[in-house]
Design a protein around this ligand. Structure first.
Ligand code: CDP
Length: 239
């Protein structure tokens, strides 16, 4: 992360007017696609993310199968028009990394043993990106999986905290991510009290880390409540 001469905090407020512990506006919905087993759409600030789940289905070729559990694969993809400078279509190092961390996070809660020899595919399409897409993607993928009816031990939620202009703040947007000092994305399974993702880009002191970590978990808990509410609403039967 390169520190440049851009003030990110002016008169105690962030560039988009948020307080240090304030999330961006978040909207989420499930069951938005007809041809998937489960789907979700998440708008998180300027991020726009769609997730679809296929499976469990018989896995081919046979050598990929696991006789003890389903094989979960996540594919994170950024649309060429999702960022300021056109992104070259197709996978790159970053998308392979994010696909891996989302698969691992979801693998902690999906009851994969129930479906041996099958494959479950989770596709995440980033339509518009503005920092924090891995957290928003985890939230969307988790909602889509719940929407598919796949048994889960918990929902996964996520949020980042970080450091800008020497202050620890919640949920960095693009300018803060680009010109700030550190970004710390965290994903949690609250019921199981597990951290299922913890990455850090930049530097923090031990005290700053503790503060940012607590703030990120607090943000993820707020997002977790929204996820639960969204799922409950989606199951309400119209009279
Ligand atoms: O999105 P996230 O914060 O999880 O991951 P990142 O690798 O820290 O990327 C931060 C942001 O940089 C993304 O959300 C995009 O807004 C932006 N980005 C970009 O403009 N062009 C790319 N090829 C990749 C990322």
């Amino acid at each position: 992360m390169v520190k440049q001469d851009m003030k990110l905090i002016v008169d105690g407020k962030r560039l988009d007017g948020r307080r240090f512990d304030e999330l961006r506006e978040i909207k989420m919905s499930v069951g938005v696609l007809n041809r998937t087993n489960g789907s979700a759409y998440v708008e998180w600030g300027k991020n726009k993310i769609l997730a679809g789940v296929h499976g469990p289905r018989e896995l081919h070729p046979k050598y990929l199968r696991d006789p003890t559990k389903a094989v979960l694969t996540c594919t994170y993809n950024m649309a060429p028009f999702s960022v300021d400078e056109r992104k070259k279509p197709g996978p790159d190092r970053r998308s392979v990394e994010i696909s891996k961390v989302i698969s691992e996070a979801l693998g902690h809660v999906a009851v994969l043993e129930k479906y041996p020899n099958t494959g479950i595919d989770v596709f995440v399409e980033v339509l518009q990106a503005d920092a924090g897409t891995r957290c928003a993607s985890i939230v969307a993928a988790s909602l889509a999986m719940a929407n598919s009816g796949m048994p889960m031990r918990d929902m996964i939620s996520a949020c980042a905290a970080g450091k800008i202009d020497g202050e620890i703040v919640l949920d960095l947007m693009k300018e803060e991510d680009n010109f700030g000092e550190c970004d710390l994305p965290v994903a949690i399974s609250p019921r199981r009290k597990e951290i299922v993702l913890l990455q850090m880009d930049g530097k923090l002191t031990r005290e700053e880390f503790k503060k940012a970590y607590r703030l990120a978990i607090d943000g993820a808990m707020r997002v977790y409540d929204m996820q639960k509410k969204t799922l409950i609403e989606s199951m309400k039967i119209e009279e």
